[in-house]
Design a protein around this ligand. Structure first.
Ligand SMILES: [Zn+2]
Length: 279
């Protein structure tokens, strides 16, 4: 007998923008990490958490927030191999030791690469004492879905978007996509490390998600915004415009100014997001 299906719900935690120590940038705001979301999808008894966040402080606050929902946390899903989406994992697993951390085989492999580990260490330098020394690896998913009380949450492999081997989750019962960094919501996007090819792949991923016409919880967002489907087209437009400016050979300063004036209300006017090709 299959487990009884119950109606699912979701709730979103947004870790506020946090400043970090770095030399003053040539353009944009003082160095800070963009606001990052974590999403709890839950039924009557059980819950799945997408993204355990990065610093000890925010992962601790996240674990408190998860506990308020009074569900059994069965799964922590890691959407891609960027540290802001998994470095808080030991804090969350410490609090919910029965939960199982999962990611696709490709994402697990990406997390193990020397370049990824080097990026993790650069984050430890940016947030001293705020990131655990050792991070447990998630288990590779055997099939592209996560079960929650008889409903399947689909894992969509979105390829090279803001990094390699990214994923989004689709919750058909909720008409919801939890996009990871495939979609940004009124927040400047991490395009500094993109190429013409990777932007084309990223746009194709956005089109695949748009075909589902979902509500979207993006990985980074302006906390005052909701989760409408329109963010898919917004992110697509941002990538296209950025690509046009790059193709036109605009110097960095002019490119930055052009993006900020095209998207005046977007948060995180950060040089490192737009211009630094770090990975
Ligand atoms: Zn990312």
């Amino acid at each position: 007998m299959p487990a009884t299906r119950s109606a699912l719900s979701y709730d979103v935690f947004v870790a506020p923008e946090k400043p970090f120590a770095a030399p003053p940038p040539a353009v944009g705001d003082a160095p800070a990490w963009d606001p990052t979301t974590s999403t709890l999808i839950f039924g009557a008894r059980d819950a799945v958490l997408v993204d355990p966040l990065m610093t000890t402080r925010e992962a601790t606050a996240l674990a408190d927030w998860v506990a308020l929902h009074d569900r059994r946390l069965t799964t922590v899903s890691i959407p891609h191999g960027h540290g802001d989406f998994y470095l808080g994992l030991p804090v969350v697993l410490d609090r919910f030791p029965d939960a199982r951390a999962v990611a696709t085989t490709r994402t697990v492999r990406h997390m193990q690469q020397p370049g990824t580990q080097a990026l993790d260490n650069s984050l430890r330098a940016r947030f001293p004492g705020q990131i655990a020394d050792t991070i447990p690896l998630p288990e590779p998913l055997e099939s592209p879905e996560i079960q929650l009380e008889g409903s399947a949450i689909e894992v969509i492999e979105t390829g090279h978007t803001d990094t390699l081997d990214t994923t989004s989750l689709h919750v058909p019962d909720l008409g919801l996509v939890v996009s990871g960094d495939v979609v940004y919501n009124h927040c400047h996007m991490y395009v500094g490390a993109t190429t013409t090819d990777s932007r084309a792949e990223w746009i194709a991923a956005l089109d695949r998600l748009a075909a589902l016409n979902p509500a979207v919880v993006s990985g980074h967002k302006d906390p005052t915004q909701g989760n409408p489907p329109a963010v898919l087209a917004d992110s697509r437009g941002y990538l296209e415009y950025y690509g046009q400016l790059r193709q036109a050979g605009l110097p960095d300063q002019e490119l930055f100014d052009a993006m900020v004036s095209r998207y005046p209300g977007w948060v995180s006017r950060q040089q490192w997001l737009m211009l630094e090709a770090v990975g």
